[in-house]
Design a binder for this molecule. Structure first.
Ligand SMILES: C[S@@+](CC[C@H](N)C(=O)[O-])C[C@H]1O[C@@H](n2cnc3c(N)ncnc32)[C@H](O)[C@@H]1O
Length: 481
C-alpha cells in the first residue's frame, strides 16, 4: 500500500482468528486500511495498484494469472503497474460510450475491470433519456466481459457544466444497478480545491437494492460551495451529548455558517438533536432556531444552548415538535431563515445493531446502557420501514424548510449512503434527485465531504468479502429555487 494511504488510516485491529484470504493476497493490515471509505489520492499508479491488489488474487484457483481490463476515455493513459496480473487496455471517447463493446469474441472473462471516466467531457452529463441509455448499454457491455461475481470499479468526478457542477458519479452508479449490484464507494481526496475522485464499486451479481427505472434531470447551479472536503477535529463529547446516538460536531457547522451567512442572520435546524447547530450559530454571532421531536433531546438541547457562548435572550429558540410543522413552530422573530443546516436519521440504520453505525458502535452503546435509537414515535423518520417512503417523507420536511427561506438561500443536509442487509441505499443521491428534479424546490450547489478520522476501523468481511467502513458523510448544499 502507498504511504499516503497509510498516513490517513487508524491503526489496524488484529483479526480474532486465522482466516484464509479468498479475495486477495494482502496482509490483514493492508486489507483493513483499504476498508476506510476515504483516502488521500497519491497518484494514478497507487490508485490503480491498490484496486488491482484488493480485488484480485495474483493467481486464480486453477493457477491461471488473473486478467484485468482498464477502460479509459482519453488517450492520455494513466500509469498502471499490473502487479503480476495480465493487463488489457481499452480506450473509448465520451461521445462513443454507447457504442463500445469488447472486440474479441473468444476470450476468458476478465477477473476485474476498472472504468476510468475521470477525463470524460460534459457529453456524459447530458441528462437526456438517450444519454442515460448509452451509459446503461456501456455498463451492460462491461458486465458481459466480467466473470460472474467479479468486481468492476468506476472512477469518476463531478463534471463542470455551463449550469454548475453535475454529480456524474451518482448517475453512473445509479444507472449501473441494472447490470451490477452496487456494493460501495470510496472517496479519493485531493489537495486544495481539486474535486474528489469517486471510486464506486460494482459486483457482477444480481442487484437487491433500490433501482431507478429512469433518472430525473437534475437542476444544478453555480457557484458551487467552496469546500470539497473537511476533517474537523471535534472535542470529545460530554456525558449529556453522549446520550444522543448521532450528534454532529459544531466545528462542521461553523465552517458553513461563516461562509454562507452574515453576522446576525438566522440559522435553522429542523431536526436539532442535542442543539449542535444552535451552539455553533450562536458562537459565530448568528441567531438560532431549532426543532426536535424527542422531548429528552429537546431538553438537552435547551440546556446546552442556554449555556452556550453568545446565548443572549431573544437570540435563540428550541421548539419541541415535528419538523413537518416548521412554519408554525418557528416564531415570527426568526423568519425568514437565512441558512438551514441539518442531519436526518440515516433511515432505520440505527435499528441495525450489528453495523458500525454510530461513532462508538451500536454494541458498545448497548453495553453502556445508552439509547441506540432516537425514539419509538411514529413521526420519527428513523422508524420509517420502507426506504422510498422514508425519502419521500424526508424530502417533504425539506420542502417545509423551503417555505421559511427566501429564494437563493442554502440548505445543507448532512447524511450518508448506507448499507442495510447487504444492499446499498444511497440516501444522499436519492434525496438530491427528489429535491432538485424539474418539480423540486431546490437546485444542487455541490457537496462537501465530512471525513471522520476519529472513528476506529472494523475488520468487516475480512478474507471473504468487500465491506467498507463508511466514514465519509455527504454535506449536500442545495439552493432554494
Ligand atoms: C442525526 S440526529 C440530529 C443530531 C443533531 N445534528 C446533533 O448534532 O445533535 C436526527 C434527529 O432527528 C430527530 N427527528 C426524527 N424525526 C423527526 C421529525 N419528524 N421532526 C423533528 N425531528 C425529528 C431525531 O429525534 C434526532 O434527534
Amino acid at each position: 500500500m502507498p504511504t499516503a494511504q497509510r498516513a490517513v488510516a487508524s491503526p489496524a485491529a488484529k483479526p480474532k482468528r486465522t482466516l484464509e484470504n479468498r479475495v486477495n493476497d494482502l496482509s490483514w493490515r493492508d486489507w483493513l486500511l483499504f476498508q476506510k471509505s476515504f483516502f488521500a489520492l497519491a497518484g494514478d499508479e497507487s490508485l490503480y495498484g491498490d484496486l488491482i491488489q484488493f480485488f484480485t488474487k495474483r493467481y486464480a484457483p486453477d493457477s491461471r494469472t488473473n486478467r484485468v481490463m482498464a477502460i479509459t476515455v482519453s488517450d492520455a493513459r494513466p500509469a498502471i503497474a499490473p502487479h503480476g496480473r495480465m493487463l488489457f487496455r481499452e480506450t473509448v471517447a465520451s461521445q462513443d460510450i454507447g457504442r463500445w463493446h469488447y472486440g474479441e469474441t473468444d476470450f476468458t472473462p476478465f477477473d476485474f475491470i476498472v472504468v476510468d471516466l475521470r477525463q470524460c467531457d460534459a457529453t456524459l452529463a447530458e441528462q437526456t433519456p438517450a444519454s442515460q441509455e448509452d451509459v446503461r448499454r456501456f455498463l451492460a457491455n462491461c458486465r458481459a466481459v466480467l466473470k460472474d461475481g467479479g468486481f468492476c470499479v468506476l472512477l469518476s468526478q463531478e463534471v463542470e457544466t455551463a449550469a454548475g457542477r453535475y454529480p456524474l458519479p451518482w448517475m453512473l452508479s445509479s444507472l449501473a444497478r441494472r447490470s451490477f449490484r452496487l456494493r460501495d464507494e470510496r472517496i479519493g481526496l485531493q489537495a486544495d480545491d481539486a474535486a474528489p475522485v469517486y471510486v464506486n464499486v460494482l459486483q457482477a451479481i444480481p442487484e437487491i437494492g433500490p433501482v431507478h427505472e429512469a433518472l430525473p434531470a437534475l437542476r444544478v447551479c453555480a457557484p458551487a460551495i467552496r469546500e470539497q472536503w473537511v476533517k474537523p477535529r471535534p472535542k470529545p463529547r460530554n456525558k449529556k451529548e453522549m446520550l444522543h446516538p448521532a450528534k454532529f460536531p459544531e466545528e462542521l457547522v461553523q465552517t458553513f455558517v461563516t461562509e454562507l451567512t452574515d453576522e446576525g442572520a438566522v440559522v435553522f435546524d429542523p431536526m436539532g438533536g442535542t442543539g449542535s447547530t444552535a451552539v455553533a450559530a450562536l458562537a459565530a454571532n448568528r441567531k438560532a432556531v431549532i426543532i426536535e421531536l424527542g422531548d429528552a433531546w429537546a431538553d438537552i438541547a435547551r440546556t446546552r444552548v442556554a449555556e452556550a457562548p453568545g446565548a443572549a435572550r431573544g437570540r435563540w429558540h428550541v421548539a419541541h415538535g415535528d419538523a413537518r410543522k416548521a412554519a408554525k413552530l418557528i416564531p415570527a422573530a426568526f423568519k425568514p431563515v437565512a441558512y438551514t443546516v441539518t442531519s436526518p436519521p440515516y433511515w432505520r440504520i440505527l435499528h441495525n445493531p450489528g453495523m458500525h453505525v454510530s461513532d462508538e458502535g451500536q454494541k458498545a452503546r448497548q453495553a453502556k446502557g445508552l439509547r441506540t435509537t432516537y425514539s419509538e414515535s411514529k413521526a420519527d423518520l428513523g422508524n420509517v420501514q420502507d426506504y422510498e417512503h422514508f425519502i419521500d417523507e424526508l424530502a417533504g420536511i425539506y420542502n417545509c424548510c423551503a417555505d421559511v427561506m427566501e429564494s437563493g438561500r442554502v440548505l445543507t443536509i448532512v447524511t450518508k449512503n448506507v448499507k442495510f442487509e447487504r444492499a446499498q441505499y444511497p440516501i444522499a443521491w436519492d434525496l438530491v434527485l427528489k429535491l432538485c428534479g424539474d418539480d423540486g424546490r431546490f437546485e444542487y450547489a455541490g457537496t462537501t465531504f465530512w471525513c471522520q478520522d476519529d472513528v476506529g476501523l472494523k475488520p468487516f468481511g475480512m478474507g471473504c468479502d468487500w465491506i467498507s467502513n463508511i466514514l465519509h458523510n455527504y454535506c449536500l448544499h442545495l439552493r432554494v429555487r
